[in-house]
Design a protein around this ligand. Structure first.
Ligand code: MSP
Length: 512
């Protein structure tokens, strides 16, 4: 059997009822940045996303539209692919839970749990929210009758269901949270999960009989599996569980599973318990980020606050979209989106700090050196050493991405970009040119273009499009995709003699 050799990361699979909004975009972009970052570090990466297509909610939405559930999800599915291409997402696979590669393996997995005695038949009574597809106990309800997530009335339900012996795993889960503090991150979510489990776990219903839009229970075809059990299993069915043992061994366990903080109970309690029951390894980490808020509330379509990614990408471009959310909001905490702050980030960080720098430097290489990167004929002086120090800090700082601290990594990177801007001001190549100090000028412009090369690589996980456009201006033979962190982001690796091209602005002025 092969050993694990692939960095495997996932997003939640999204309900295709909603047209994608920037909340879905947020998780997906963060995961994509990590996937690109790991590839830049030289890892083999497998990045999975997809759609969660079963369940009562989907069946109801389809009925409202006069469609079968399958027609409904087939019709909406392309919008999710559109979002991925709009946001430059480099996922390696996209799973739909209606695919046979998934449904057949869900049946296999659940059969294992049934055969091991971890699933049994019983009757369940309780308060149910159809929008969450989840039961709540009385003291979780708002005003005794509203779902805590959707603030909509819950329904009282009584059903004959199959149950998973979740209670049996409480002790093991508590030991897991204590022994592997990195399993649930950030710490505030781990504490939340831990107290939930500590307060007592009840067995949980894993099947439904009231509708049939789901994966049939193989030993009792009156039932379909509860959509959450079906959905969670996508993380293993998509990578070869039960169908391709070699592929599965090389990827599982997942390195990071991204979720919004609304999903911790399912991913940090049910999911590890299911895996323990099946005798599979647990993911290294489940990371729950915060919500994007609008008017202080979680942004969502049911609150009529959903903003489509295209509304922002059309105006600010995909690079700014990807940069903005990760730079503006501490990953893990809630954050508010505002048009004004996005505009400010575009103008200050992207157009001024980065775009103008590239434009200025390439303009000077064009006018003073005929567009050819000069030889660094004289040795580096104090100004160059100071700049190398600034860049080294930025390069090192970007490793904050390993901890999913995207904000800190980007802040450090922009301190580095600031250092290049200060270097240009301090060395004033226009003066060196006037003075006819050709060697000094050559050293200065070489250093600047070399810094642009490093910056292009460093921004590439977050802004792959801008990085590729900047790279193309530098006229290098090696492709951007061949660059590796940290090996090729060291000063002095730029070959002299490359033909640079100023071309169009990296970040043009925004339309009024
Ligand atoms: N289908 C389930 C997940 C199953 S995973 C096995 C589901 N889908 S969802 O379409 O509602 O998407 C949930 C995810 O979308 C959240 O966990 C989060 O990652 C993202 N977001 C949805 N709204 C969001 C915000 N307002 N802010 C940030 N992320 C949000 O739940």
């Amino acid at each position: 059997m092969p050993a694990k050799d692939t960095y495997y990361l996932t997003t939640p699979i999204y309900y295709p009822n909603d047209i994608p909004h920037i909340g879905h975009g947020y998780t997906t972009v963060a995961a994509d940045v990590l996937a690109r970052w790991r590839r830049l570090r030289g890892d083999r990466v497998h990045f999975l996303t997809g759609t969660d297509e079963h369940g009562e909610n989907i069946a109801r939405a389809a009925a409202k539209r006069g469609m079968t559930p399958q027609e409904h999800v087939d019709e909406i599915n392309p919008r999710w692919h559109d979002m991925l291409s709009l946001l430059d997402i480099s996922n390696d696979d996209f799973i739909r839970t209606t695919e046979t590669r998934h449904t057949a393996r869900v049946q296999d997995f659940m059969q294992v749990l049934y055969d091991r005695g971890d699933i049994y038949l019983d009757t369940y009574r309780g308060a149910y929210c159809v929008f969450c597809e989840a039961y709540y106990v009385a003291d979780e309800l708002v005003d005794g009758r509203l779902c805590p997530v959707h603030r909509r009335p819950v329904e009282q339900r009584e059903q004959e269901n199959y149950f998973f012996r979740l209670s049996h795993y409480a002790e093991q889960l508590l030991r897991l949270y204590d022994a592997e503090p990195s399993f649930v991150q950030p710490a505030v979510r781990r504490n939340e999960v831990r107290s939930f489990v500590e307060s007592g776990l009840q067995d949980v219903s894993v099947s439904r009989v009231s509708f049939d839009w789901g994966v049939p229970v193989p030993w009792d075809d009156k039932h379909v599996f509860y959509v959450w059990f079906d959905a969670l299993l996508n993380y293993v069915t998509a990578i070869g569980y039960g169908s391709d043992p070699d592929a599965f061994q090389r990827r599982w366990p997942a390195d990071v599973q991204f979720i919004g903080k609304d999903l911790i109970r399912f991913h940090c309690v049910y999911w590890p318990a299911m895996l323990l029951a099946a005798g599979l390894a647990l993911p290294e980490q489940v990371y729950a980020h915060g919500f994007l808020l609008v008017g202080g509330e979680k942004m969502s379509k049911s609150n009529a606050t959903g903003i489509r990614p295209a509304e922002l990408v059309d105006h600010f471009g995909v690079d700014c979209y990807r940069y903005y959310f990760l730079r503006e909001i501490s990953f893990g905490q809630d954050g508010s989106f505002s048009w004004e702050s996005m505009e400010a980030r575009y103008t200050t960080d992207l157009a001024n700090d980065l775009g103008n720098l590239a434009n200025r430097v390439l303009h000077m290489v064009g006018s003073y050196c005929g567009g050819t990167v000069p030889e660094p004929a004289v040795a580096a002086g104090d100004a160059e050493s100071a700049l190398a120090g600034g860049l080294a800090a930025a390069i090192e700082g970007l490793a904050a991405f390993d901890r999913l601290d995207f904000k800190k990594g980007l802040e450090d990177l922009w301190v580095g970009i600031g250092a290049v801007n200060r270097y240009v001001e301090a060395r004033a190549p226009w003066k060196l040119h006037k003075q006819g100090a050709a060697d000094e000028l050559g050293r200065c412009l070489y250093t600047c273009v070399d810094a642009l090369r490093i910056i292009a690589v460093l921004i590439s996980p977050v802004m792959p499009d801008a990085a590729a456009r900047l790279w193309a201006k530098l006229g290098l033979d090696e492709p951007l995709s061949a660059q590796r962190y940290p090996a090729t982001v060291q000063p002095g690796l730029l070959p002299a003699g490359a033909k640079v091209e100023r071309g169009e602005l990296l970040f043009p002025k925004l339309a009024e």
